[in-house]
Design a protein around this ligand. Structure first.
Ligand SMILES: Cc1ncc(COP(=O)(O)O)c(C=O)c1O
Length: 481
């Protein structure tokens, strides 16, 4: 293994070579001491490098040595002014970015299809959201992204807003990010934060959609494990010039462990080394593989979301490695059929299953998918979906209390029938796609009530409600509300 460009690995190896008698945490002592099963489960090599802030190993919360050098190398790879390693998932980056950018009471512009960690961030910061509703694909029933015209309107309507939050791409890999949108937000004094958890590889190949950093965003959150290949629970928070690095570090110190995993950090360093060395070639191969796989699936009779989606505003790019596949059946039916055939998709939407291709999938990996998919098709009678009603997908939220106020407010359980007009005390988000019909602090408007009743009637699985049957709903129990 070439350690030349891996300062953290070099430091760890130098530490191990010293052969110190260890009288410090972790108590597993390199895996030898406590559980005989542990080395078998996670491997002796991993346990040996499961270290802590020892001499020469730097400190993630105050990096001056090997970790600082490793982060600087990753920043160069992605074109960031500075990069922070995340050891509590992309979630930690989402929380810290919003905490660094806002103060309690600030208004932020947030896509309604943002990941739920953004809602957590709003609880922690005490900001007040103005939600941007995504445009919707009429046939596939998936969000397309936020139209720049809607952002323009929102910026004009909320001149004191501090942050424009963007999700690039959607779960299904659709991008609508445009440098002009970032410029517009900057002209109006907004900071732009891009959650790029599913597009962390975008900056690494010219044929992929534009990345948040290329578009000029102030902060960009990447997931280490979703598309970069690092270990689960890793991520990166990149900042651009002009962002207060010390403020971001202080926010990260609030939400990340004080004992960050060296295994996680080494995995980030290693995969970024891979992308730096081989990224262009491997992503080129992946793009070709994805094109071939889509072609084979289509030829075999499956519908696959393709480049035609680029004609649907505001989409201006798509991740070729995300395969949105359907045949008119419900996504859950398809996912179950694939699972029975030994193939696990990433997720099921109402009308599709989503498969992710990764650089390791070469011909064989995708070959299995194509072979199984074609074998399954005859048993799955295809249907034609009616177009999804225009404007469907999201109810317009009426925010009465901020997420933070709602989170800490007293609540009471009432019959759903008696809840109209009250303020929701819980989130009700049909899953998939997980976009809330209503979030705590928002009014249960006639539209929302109708949608909740429809979910109850159809037995739609919803995340959030205390009563999964939706006979009752938690509402805020404050005087006047
Ligand atoms: C868009 C988006 N952002 C952030 C996250 C949080 O990532 P993690 O689970 O790594 O904390 C997810 C997770 O699915 C996500 O989909």
């Amino acid at each position: 293994m070439n350690q030349d460009k891996m300062p953290l690995l070099r430091a760890v190896m130098a530490h191990l070579a010293m052969g110190y008698a260890a009288y410090h945490t972790p108590a597993h002592r390199g895996g030898l001491a406590v559980s005989p099963e542990l080395p078998e489960i996670v491997g002796q090599a991993a346990l040996a490098v499961d270290l802590t802030e020892l001499p020469g190993l730097d400190d993630l919360h105050y990096p001056r040595g090997a970790i600082a050098a490793a982060q600087a190398r990753v920043a160069r790879l992605f074109g960031a002014a500075h990069t922070f390693f995340l050891v509590n998932g992309a979630t930690a980056g989402v929380l810290a970015a919003l905490m660094a950018a806002t103060s309690p009471g600030d208004r932020v512009l947030v896509p309604r299809h943002a990941h739920r960690s953004v809602w957590s961030a709003m609880v922690l910061t005490g900001v007040v959201p103005h939600y941007l509703l995504p445009r919707w694909h009429p046939d596939w029933d998936i969000p397309l992204g936020i139209d720049p015209a809607d952002i323009q309107l929102a910026v004009a309507e909320h001149p004191t807003a501090r942050v424009l939050w963007l999700t690039n791409p959607t779960y299904q890999g659709l991008s609508s990010l445009a440098p002009a949108t970032v410029e517009l937000a900057h002209r109006h004094g907004l900071m732009v934060i891009v959650d790029e958890a599913h597009g962390s590889h975008f900056a690494l190949h010219p044929d992929l959609p534009i990345s948040g950093l290329e578009a000029g965003a102030d902060m960009v959150i990447h997931s280490g494990h979703k598309t970069l290949g690092a270990l689960t629970q890793t991520g990166l928070l990149h900042i651009n010039r002009g962002v207060d690095k010390h403020r971001v570090a202080a926010a990260l110190a609030l939400v990340q462990s004080t004992s960050p995993s060296y295994i996680f950090m080494l995995s980030l360093e290693a995969v970024c080394g891979f992308w730096e060395r081989d990224g262009g070639e491997k992503l080129g191969d992946l793009i070709c593989l994805a094109r071939e796989t889509k072609g084979s699936l289509r030829q075999g009779g499956w519908q696959v979301l393709g480049d035609e989606v680029l004609a649907q505003p505001p989409v201006n790019g798509m991740d070729p490695a995300r395969l949105v596949v359907g045949n008119g059946n419900g996504g859950a039916v398809l996912a179950e059929a694939f699972q029975r055939a030994g193939v696990l998709p990433e997720m099921a939407g109402s009308r599709h299953v989503l498969f992710l291709l990764a650089p390791g999938d070469r011909g064989d990996g995708a070959g299995v998918l194509v072979e199984k998919a074609l074998a399954l098709l005859p048993a799955l009678e295809g249907k034609t979906w009616p177009p999804h009603p225009a404007g469907a997908g999201c109810c317009t939220p009426q925010v009465v209390l901020s997420p933070r106020e709602a989170f800490f407010a007293p609540r009471r359980r009432v019959k759903l029938e008696g809840a109209a007009g009250r303020i929701a005390g819980e989130m009700i988000a049909p899953y998939p796609p997980g976009i809330p019909l209503v979030a705590p602090g928002e009014r249960l408007t006639p539209d929302v009530m109708e949608e909740i009743k429809r979910c109850r009637l159809d037995g739609v699985h919803c995340q959030g409600p205390a009563d999964p049957k939706l006979e009752t709903v938690d509402v805020i129990d404050l005087p006047g509300l």
